[in-house]
Design a protein around this ligand. Structure first.
Ligand code: HEC
Ligand code: HEC
Length: 276
C-alpha cells in the first residue's frame, strides 16, 4: 500500500522534537479552572474562541488539550482519547500506549506523523487527520502535563542487548538513546519504559517491515534491522516492568515557551522571528 507523498525522513532534520510556537492563541476562558466533570458537559457547548490574558495562557493551552482528550475534538466524541488511553492517559496495559508524562514534542510529532501516514495506524491516522494542527498541539501539551503512571509488577532482569547491542549484527546499544532504564534521553529520544509489551513488540516489528517510517535519520529502522524476534520480545517484556518515566522537559516548560512565542508573535504582529 502506498503511503503519503513525503517519503523518508529528511536526514538533515535535527534529532529533537519541538512544540512550534504559532500565532495568537484563541481560547475559551470557560476551560480554565473547571473540574473535569464540568468540562465534559461544557465541551458540547463551547469551543468558541475568546482571548485570555497572558497569565492564563499556559494553563489554557493544556486545558484546551483536556477538552480534546475528553471530547475527541475534531475527531468527534466517538474518538475521545480517554476512551482508549484512559482517563489519566495511562494506556490500557495491552495494546494502547500510555501518553501521560511523555515529552510534548514527541507526542505532537506522533500526531502529525499519524496524520501524514509516515506512521500509519488505521485508528490513530483517521483520528489525527480529522484534528487541526492546534488541537494536535494542545492535546500533546495536555498529556505531557499529566503525571507518569506508577510502575506495575516486578522488574525483570535487563536483556544484555539493551546496553551492549551487537556490533557483528550492527545492533546499537538501545540505552544510548533511550537511557539505562528506558527513561528516554533529552527531548528527542522518547521514554519507552512502562509501555505494554504487546505495543512495543508491534512498534519494533513495524519498523522491521518499514511500516513505521517516522524515525529521524532512520535511527530506529537501522537499530532493529539485525534484532532477533526473541530479543524483541525480551526487550518488550523487560520494558513493560520498568517504571514509566516523566519526560525531563516538563510540559509546563513547553507550555510557557509556546505561550511566550504566541505573545511575542501577537505583539510584533508578524511571523515568528527565526532567532532563539
Ligand atoms: C479507539 C482507540 C483510540 C482512541 C479513541 C485514541 N487512540 Fe491514540 N492510540 C490507540 C492505539 C491502539 C495506539 C497505538 C497505535 C500504533 O500502534 O501506532 C495509539 C497511539 C497513540 C499515540 C502514540 C504514542 C506513542 O508513544 O508513540 C498518540 C500520541 C496517541 N495515540 C494520541 C491520541 C489522542 C491525542 C487521541 C484523542 C484525540 C487518541 N490517541 C485517541 C488507540 C486510540
Ligand atoms: C540513535 C538513537 C536511537 C537508538 C540507538 C535506538 N532508538 Fe529507539 N527511538 C529513537 C527515536 C528518535 C525514536 C522516536 C521516533 C519517532 O519519532 O517516532 C525511537 C522510538 C522507539 C520506540 C517507540 C516508542 C513509542 O512510544 O512508540 C521503541 C519501542 C524503541 N525506540 C526501542 C528501541 C530499541 C529496542 C533499541 C535498540 C535495539 C532502540 N530503540 C535504539 C532513537 C533511537
Amino acid at each position: 500500500m502506498m503511503h503519503g507523498p513525503s517519503g523518508d525522513t529528511n536526514p538533515s532534520e535535527p534529532l529533537r522534537f519541538q512544540i512550534a510556537g504559532t500565532g495568537a492563541v484563541s481560547l475559551c476562558s470557560l476551560a480554565v479552572n473547571a473540574p473535569p466533570r464540568l468540562l465534559l458537559i461544557a465541551v458540547m457547548a463551547a469551543l468558541a474562541g475568546c482571548q485570555l490574558p497572558a497569565s492564563q495562557t499556559d494553563a489554557a493551552l493544556t486545558e484546551t488539550g483536556e477538552l480534546v482528550a475528553l471530547s475527541g475534538g475534531g475527531g468527534g466524541a466517538a474518538n475521545a482519547c480517554f476512551t482508549c488511553h484512559g482517563i489519566e492517559g495511562q494506556g490500557d496495559g495491552i495494546s494502547v500506549p500510555r501518553l501521560a508524562g511523555l515529552n510534548a514534542g514527541y507526542l505532537q510529532k506522533q500526531m502529525e506523523d499519524y496524520a501524514s501516514d509516515l506512521r500509519h495506524h488505521d485508528v490513530m491516522s483517521a483520528i489525527a487527520r480529522r484534528m487541526d494542527a492546534d488541537s494536535r498541539r494542545h492535546v500533546a501539551l495536555y498529556y505531557a502535563s499529566l503525571p507518569a503512571p506508577p510502575a506495575s509488577g516486578m522488574a525483570r532482569p535487563m536483556p544484555a542487548i539493551w546496553t551492549q547491542g551487537d556490533a557483528a549484527r550492527e545492533v546499537p546499544p538501545c540505552s544510548t538513546c533511550h537511557g539505562m532504564n528506558g527513561e528516554g534521553v533529552g527531548p528527542g529520544n522518547p521514554a519507552v519504559s512502562g509501555q505494554p509489551a504487546a505495543y512495543t513488540i508491534d512498534q519494533l516489528t513495524r519498523w522491521k517491515r518499514a511500516e513505521r517510517r517516522n524515525d529521524p535519520r532512520s535511527v530506529m529502522t537501522l537499530a532493529v534491522a539485525g534484532l532477533r524476534p526473541t530479543e524483541v520480545s525480551a526487550i518488550a517484556l523487560w520494558l513493560e516492568t520498568q517504571s514509566p518515566a516523566q519526560a525531563p522537559e516538563t510540559a509546563a516548560a513547553s507550555a510557557s515557551a509556546a505561550a511566550e512565542a504566541a505573545a511575542e508573535s501577537a505583539a510584533s504582529r508578524g511571523p515568528r522571528r527565526p532567532d532563539r
